[in-house]
Design a protein around this ligand. Structure first.
Ligand SMILES: [Zn+2]
Length: 74
C-alpha cells in the first residue's frame, strides 16, 4: 500500500516508531518465540506505523516479525 486510503496521497512516512510517554518505551505486543512458550518469557515485538504526511492518518500498523505467538487478553 503506497497510497493513503483516505486522501490518496503517496506522501507517506514509513516505519515510524510509536512511543508512549517518555517513561514508556516503544509500543509493542508481547509475544513468545515460536509457538507455545510461557508468558513469563514474553518479549516485546515493536509496533511500527506508516503516516500520511498530507492528512495525518496512520495508514498502517504492523510489526517487523509476525512469526511469534502473541499474547492475548485473558
Ligand atoms: Zn492521507
Amino acid at each position: 500500500m503506497d497510497k493513503c486510503i483516505y486522501c490518496q496521497s503517496s506522501n507517506l512516512d514509513k516505519g515510524l516508531k510509536m512511543r508512549g510517554s517518555k517513561d514508556i518505551g516503544h509500543l509493542h505486543f508481547e509475544c513468545t518465540e515460536g509457538s507455545g512458550g510461557l508468558s513469563m518469557f514474553a518479549k516485546p515485538e515493536e509496533i511500527l506505523a506508516d503516516l500520511c504526511k498530507d492528512c495525518g492518518s496512520i495508514t498502517r500498523m504492523y510489526v517487523k516479525n509476525a512469526n511469534h505467538t502473541f499474547l492475548k487478553d485473558k
